[in-house]
Design a protein around this ligand. Sequence first.
Ligand code: PLP
Length: 458
Amino acid sequence: MMKQEIPYKIYLEESEMPTKWYNVRADMKNKPAPLLNPQTLKPMTFDELKQVFCDELVKQELDDTNAYIDIPEEILNFYKMYRPAPLVRAYCLEEKLQTPAKIYYKFEGNNTSGSHKLNSAIAQAYYAKKQGLHGVTTETGAGQWGTALSMACSYFGLDCKVFMVKVSYEQKPFRREVMRTYGAQVTPSPSLSTEVGKRILEAHPGTTGSLGCAISEAVETAVSTPGYRYVLGSVLSQVLLHQSIIGLETKSALDKYGITPDIIIGCAGGGSNLGGLISPFMGEVLRGEKKYQFIAVEPASCPSLTRGKFAYDFCDTGMVCPLAKMYTLGSNFIPSANHAGGLRYHGMSSVLSQLYEDGLMEARAVEQTAVFEAAEQFARIEGILPAPESSHAIRVAIDEALKCKETGEEKTIVFGLTGTGYFDMVAYERFHNGEMTDYIPTDADLQEGFDGIPKQPE
Ligand SMILES: *Cc1c(COP(=O)(O)O)cnc(C)c1O
């Protein structure tokens, strides 16, 4: 097909939207390791997990065999408010870079929450409602997940209690107010409203909190409040399942024009957008049908894949959650305060960790200032002001396109543009003022986190 026949934006028709999620675990020979009960070190059972999570979501979490799972009609209808998401051909960027590479990005920022997180938030809220629950609890760091969940809960008339990492609560008042606009109750964490919050505040008076700590508070509140369950915006296999909508749409759009990608790139925090984007393509690789190069991009300041250990670890600071086998920096690892945006979680999805361990995916760590250079360049050329998280993927997509310029290769590069950065202007401001620095933890810094990884079960 001729170049000019591919439009700037490939939009699917609503009727072409996927009606099933794809579960990549079904095609994995080495399945991700099961979640373990931290007391007994035995795999978590349905009955144990359903005290924390909604029943249907526990089923999805434990399902390593069904490749396709129907998307309920109510969720499909909600998706139609902001999906299908466009697959954009970055002609302007290609031109500016003078690269023979063909660059595409899947844009997930076209909804009020500003990111892909709504894809899973609406699914999780739906199953909670269907189970007749009163509400859900969660944590939020940078605020995107809390915003997405607030939107989803208000749609289904569910209560939503968000524990927001205190430093973000204070520094990102606009995110907080968006959540309240959608009816959520937002509490700065650590708080005095939970036992674990009180313990953490006693041990560390004046702490500005962490994601791991907010998770502990949200879980405690869910299990101690009748009619509530806890929901999580990333890391879990069910979240990757819901996010497969990103990859399925991307694949349909590419197939429509007979395009085969060579490289697929995504930023990796807990792994949900990357997992969702690559899932259908990874399925083809796992079934021996195709070959692609997959690249996970993480911040050099929080390098769970590139420098972490593949081990069972705690998912939260309070150690109330199950143990997950993943690439981890240790649940005590606190990323440097100068780090902008999300992608600061100490661990990584068990699914992606296993794929990485098996050599099916690469990972790269990039430095913060290089990420913001790419972000600004992208904003000026392609028009969209990207989220700092998404800009990690932009950085590596540009690097790969520049390599093609040197070698003359016409590679097709697809990356995930997970969201917009309007709520991250303080970070952009620091970049513009030349106040942004790079932080790379030393081996000794990382060792402190590794020391907190529990003794591995037999
Ligand atoms: C939360 C977030 C991420 C990282 O989370 P994953 O679960 O790794 O996808 C990336 N980009 C944006 C815009 C986000 O809000």
